[in-house]
Write a protein that binds this ligand. Structure first.
Ligand code: SF4
Length: 405
């Protein structure tokens, strides 16, 4: 199948600035020195030893000094799930896609320091301009969900489907995936989606093919397919842990019947939310509104009052009437920030045992300090660079997404 790629309509810088929340919030760091987080913070081992023991005040002072030296040559982006001690240094915060787009529209910024996880820095590199360099402060900051879709496993799945005679399949990857998988979609007439536009992207896909192969998050895929009226009987789950030749644990008949083939990936943060937590929140506050991210399980999304992306959650709560109550099913750093920024409302996390995204947490201020110091000294460390060919096809899949009305 051949498709024409529509001209790309990028959101304007003004749109992005309006939607992005203002940064920074000037406050004291409470993060402990890196050496003291050793037990649970994953280290990029080659960070020089003098950064291990910097106190909060020292890190803050050095980051400010490096930023001043770099001036407009450097922008710092902060994902919503970053800890407050990082967010306060960000020029802008938002979800991964908006941040990448915003950075690409700052031509004077030679360096884009992405405080998020690896796939986000890759996407920023793909969308950035040739003179811009993207830096990830800690190269150990990956995403466990993205890692569940190993590109070789996805290529194997694709081959198995072809060998089994399952045709008319269009690959759709979630933004939370490796650049090589975005490129795979670009090469096979496929597309990328975010949690904001998944429904529209699925509709686009079904105008062009009978079936969608969606990776890596089975929950976003299932929740989106249900919104389109596709019953569970027309969905198959591809178990990537099974050996080649197992059809991901399905029969040929199941795959023929399936309209959506869901990769068996998940987000460990959003898997923590449960229907019991929703019932408990409603018992405690009968007028509470429950809002969750669509990476949560189907039962949770269906029991909630509403679901949507991080941007949707932030906007909905910001616009809610004073005195309203919100039980939120998403990462704790964002929920805590929303609670602080909406003091006229009650905002709390559905999960009483708070747990941040452990990979986002790997961006400790010491790493930010180190990469900024190096940039100020004229050295680029931790650059994330996607090779030309991969970037070309990945961009194709991203451009198709941007052209979806
Ligand atoms: S919250 Fe989930 S999907 Fe997002 S970076 Fe963390 S593990 Fe990945």
């Amino acid at each position: 199948m051949t498709m024409q790629v529509q001209p790309v309509t990028l959101v304007t810088e003004e749109d992005l600035l309006n939607e992005a929340m203002e940064c920074p919030v000037d406050r004291e760091l409470d993060t402990r020195p890196l050496a003291q987080e050793r037990a649970f913070a994953f280290w990029q081992k080659d960070i020089p030893e003098d950064y291990w023991h910097l106190t909060a005040a020292e890190m803050k002072e050095r980051i400010a000094r490096a930023r001043e030296a770099l001036g407009r040559r450097c922008v710092v982006l902060g994902h919503h799930y970053q800890r407050e001690d990082i967010i306060q240094f960000a020029d802008i915060r938002g979800d991964s896609f908006k941040l990448a787009q915003w950075a690409a529209q700052q031509p004077e910024a030679e360096f884009i320091v992405f405080c998020g996880v690896h796939f986000m820095a890759e996407a920023a590199d793909i969308l950035s301009q040739p003179h811009q360099k993207v830096v990830l402060p800690n190269m150990a900051a990956g995403c466990s969900m993205a890692d569940m879709a190993d590109p070789e496993d996805v290529y194997g799945c694709w081959d198995e489907l072809q060998e089994a005679g399952i045709g008319g399949v269009l690959p759709v990857t979630y933004m939370n995936s490796a650049a090589s998988l975005k490129a795979f979609c670009g090469r096979h007439d496929g597309i990328v989606c975010t949690s904001s536009n998944a429904k529209r992207v699925f509709e686009w896909a079904f105008q062009r093919a009978e079936k969608v192969l969606f990776f890596p998050d089975q929950h976003l895929g299932r929740n989106t397919a249900l919104k389109l009226g596709i019953p569970l009987e027309e969905m198959a789950v591809w178990d990537y842990t099974l050996p080649y030749g197992s059809l991901g644990g399905n029969t040929v008949e199941q795959l023929r019947r399936a309209r959506v083939i869901l990769w068996r990936g998940h987000c460990s943060v959003h898997m923590r939310f449960s229907v019991q937590q929703i019932e408990e929140a409603r018992r405690k506050y009968p007028d509470v509104k429950v809002i969750v991210h669509p990476e949560c399980r189907m039962e949770v999304v269906q029991a909630a009052d509403m679901d949507g992306s991080t941007e949707f959650i932030a906007k909905t709560i910001a616009e809610a009437p004073p005195g309203s109550k919100w039980a939120v099913g998403t990462e704790i750093n964002l929920v805590s920030r929303l609670a602080r920024e909406n003091p006229d409302k009650l905002v709390f996390c559905l999960d009483p045992v708070v747990c941040p995204c452990s990979t986002m947490y790997r961006i400790h201020p010491a790493y930010l300090c180190w990469v900024l110091d190096e940039l100020a000294r004229g050295r680029v460390v931790n650059q994330v660079k996607v090779d030309e060919e991969t970037a070309h096809y990945a961009r194709l899949a991203l451009e198709r997404m941007l052209a979806v009305p």
